[in-house]
Structure formats: C-alpha cells, structure tokens
Design a protein around this ligand. Structure first.
Ligand code: NIG
Ligand code: FE
Length: 408
C-alpha cells in the first residue's frame, strides 16, 4: 500500500456509530492517511504491508486517538468584554435585566461596530488557537454582534477569513436576528424586514454563511418573527438552526423542527412536545453547559427525554462575552457530565459525531472512518473517559488536520 502517513502504538475511540462497543473503540490500532483522508483504520496486527522506508510512521506511545473535536456553537468573533456585567450580576442583576437596560448583547454590538476587521481577526485567531491546543479542528462561528448590514457582513467576513487562514475549519452562521438594535426598539418587525430583505441577500451574494440562526426568546424575537427569518433562509437553501427555549418555553424548537433545522440550541425549557418534534425531524439538541454555568441557571435541559426520543446530543462552548466567556471545548465535556449528567461517552459524541451532524458535515468529519478527512488528535490518556473527567492538564499531544501534523 502507498500511504502518506501511518500511526501505530495507539488505541482509537473512533466514535463511529456503526462500530459496536463504547466509543467505537479499537484497541492496539493503526491508522493510515492518504491525500488528507483516512485511508485505513483497524487493528495493528491487520495493517496491510506498506513501504516502511518511504512512509512516515508516527508512534502514539500507547495513547488514544479521537476524531478532531468540533465546537458546533460559538460567537467567537467579538470585540471587548463584559466583565462589568459579570460584576452587576453578582450584585443581583439578572441577564435579562441587563439586556432590557440596553446592556448585554447591545454593548458588544457597540464594540463590534467600532472595531475594524484586522482587530476582530486577531482576536478570533487567538481564540481559535486556544481551541486548537485542545484538539479542536472544526468550529462554528456566528455573527450577531453587528445588527446592521455593514457590521454583520464584517463579522461574517472575518469568520470566513479565519477559516481560510487557520488550520481549523470554520462553519459560519448568520445571526442577524440575535437582538433588537436600539434603532428598531419600537419597531421590531421592520428590523426583521431588514434582516430578511437587506442583510440576508447580501450575505448570500458574498457566500458568507453556511447557516442562519435566530435568538427566539422573550427578550429577543418572537415565534412569528423567527419563522419569517428561518423560512427565508430555507428558501435560499441555507441550513437553519435556532437559539431556542434558553430562558423560557417559546415553542421555538417545534417551529425549527418543522423547518428541518439542523439543531436547536440551549433548550433548557423545552417540553416533551418539543423533544418529540425535534426527534421526528432529525434535529440535534445542542447543549451549552458553559452558559448554564455562567448564568447560574437552575432549569436543566431534559436529558432523559432527549435520550428516550434518541435525539443526538451536541455539546458546545457557546463562547461569547455575555453568557459563556469560556474558550474551552474540553471544559464543556466536564461540565456536560457534572452539570447535565451526560456520560463521558455521550459528552464525547457531543463534540465529535453529533457535532458534525449539527453542522451538516457528518459525511466529512466527526469520526475515524475511512474516507473522512484525516482530522484527529492524539491524547495522553489511558481511557477516553479521562477527557471529560479532568480539566486543566491539557492531554492533547498532537493534532492531525486534513492529514497534516499540526504544530500546536
Ligand atoms: O448563546 N442567547 C443568545 N446569545 C448568546 C449570548 C450572547 C451574549 O450575551 O452576548 C448565547 O447565550
Ligand atoms: Fe449562543
């Protein structure tokens, strides 16, 4: 066989759902890479003969390989910070109080309108580097801190450029309907018109978004406004997803399901009808333990119902300056288990195979499967559960992205 690279002395958590057993494990395994793709995976003792002199062979010293991690929900292109609001919340103000008083998302909007592309790019690059050191190889980035056409386009352009310049693959989401800008406070429907008739066509013309998202909530957009934006996105053949049922049960999940959404995100307040709806539409449930933790929420997402209805659960950082200023996908694995009581295996599925599904990328990434991109990490661990168990000692030894060994 002629390969570009072979890995041995490894165990693999393939996360391939068609493999039997937890984590799709192959002990004492080997992987061969060719043209940026996984060309062979299996037991070391079944590895076909190859030219050992012509092929770089990497030894994993008995460590574990997993698919490259995927953070399927972030808002990581933003300027400034909101530490002042953190202090206000510790004095008793709620996230909603701050938003209603014109702070919250709007304060980041003001900072992003003032920031230039170079500054936003550099901030985004540093944040991607932090995720990359933890083995992340694919990231979703939303706009939504512009709330006018020029700034929404600026944020999406920066997100696209980050994807072009960084080894991490970036999937972009247009979230023009993230909050109501002060200019439209008394005429929300006109702002929704602007999102649909002005921003969305411009986003499409420059091919800046892979998906469209809306914040459906009592402090943001109602069900009817959400439906208008997502339907327009669907007509334009963009994927749809939704910030749904984060602070109250608005019925957004069932609406998103009826539009074939890839994911509904947060969903602490989703009810059984909503879970049933997303189960029937094949929509993923994206759980965001960082926001739950940082806002000190108490309403847990209904994990048992999601399991009962076999809804694919995704775990993401929601990295943003207001509700989850936490730039760590690995920490989310731990929080998904400690706060939401997922098993470490479910948590790892949430940042690999299920996260790939939520981005519509499951044919390319998310598991160690022949034909998929050679995106994987080598970890200094003895069992995959260690990835969720411990935090702060980064066990990521090596990352391979599209078949290239990445210097971290
Ligand atoms: O996912 N829910 C809406 N959007 C973000 C928060 C954004 C912010 O506060 O800046 C979220 O939690
Ligand atoms: Fe979010």
């Amino acid at each position: 066989m002629v390969w570009d690279q072979v890995w041995i002395d490894i165990n693999i958590a393939t996360m391939n759902p068609s493999f039997s057993g937890d984590y799709g494990v192959i002990p004492q395994a080997a992987i061969a890479v060719k043209d940026g793709k996984i060309a062979w995976v299996g037991s070391r003792n079944e590895l076909p003969e190859f030219d050992v002199l012509a092929t770089p062979v990497y030894r994993g010293q008995g460590g574990w390989i997993t698919p490259g991690l995927i953070d399927a929900h972030t808002h990581l292109v933003f300027a400034s910070h909101r530490a002042n609001e953190f202090e206000q919340r510790l004095q008793g103000a709620s996230y909603q109080d701050i938003a209603r008083a014109g702070g919250g998302i709007i304060s980041t909007v003001n900072a992003c309108r003032d920031a230039d592309e170079a500054e936003l790019f550099e901030l985004g690059r540093q944040r991607l580097n932090a995720l990359a050191r933890e083995g992340v190889t694919t990231v979703e980035i939303k706009s939504g801190y512009g709330l006018n056409t020029a700034t929404e386009l600026k944020l999406l352009r920066v997100a696209r450029e980050l994807g072009e310049h960084h080894h991490i693959d970036v999937s972009t989401t247009f979230l023009g309907a993230h909050a109501i800008p002060p200019e439209y406070q008394d005429d929300v429907d006109s702002y929704v018109d602007l999102v649909i008739n002005d921003m969305l066509p411009a986003v499409i013309a420059e091919n800046l978004a892979d998906a469209v998202d809306v914040f459906c909530e009592n402090i943001a957009f109602n069900l009817e406004q959400t439906e208008r934006v997502l339907s327009a996105a669907k007509r334009a053949s963009l994927q749809v997803k939704l910030h749904a049922e984060q602070l109250s049960n608005m019925g957004g999940s069932a609406l998103a399901a009826s539009l074939g959404a890839k994911s509904v995100d947060h969903i602490e307040f989703i009810d059984e009808a909503g879970v049933k709806a997303i189960s029937e539409s094949g929509t993923c449930a994206t759980l965001l333990p960082g926001a739950f933790y940082f806002l000190r929420e108490t309403q847990l997402p209904p994990i048992d119902l999601l399991r009962q209805y076999k809804v694919p659960m995704v775990i993401a950082s929601d990295f943003n300056p207001g509700s989850s200023p936490i730039c760590s996908t690995l920490l989310m694995l731990n929080m998904a288990c400690t706060l939401f009581k997922l098993t470490p295996e479910e948590a790892l599925q949430g940042v690999t195979i299920n996260a790939a599904k939520a981005l519509g990328l499951e044919h390319r990434v998310g598991s160690i499967t022949v034909g998929k991109q050679a995106d994987f990490c080598l970890w200094d661990i003895n069992t995959p559960a260690q990835l969720a168990y411990s935090y702060g000692v980064n066990p990521c030894l090596n990352v391979v992205k599209n078949g290239e060994v990445v210097a971290l």
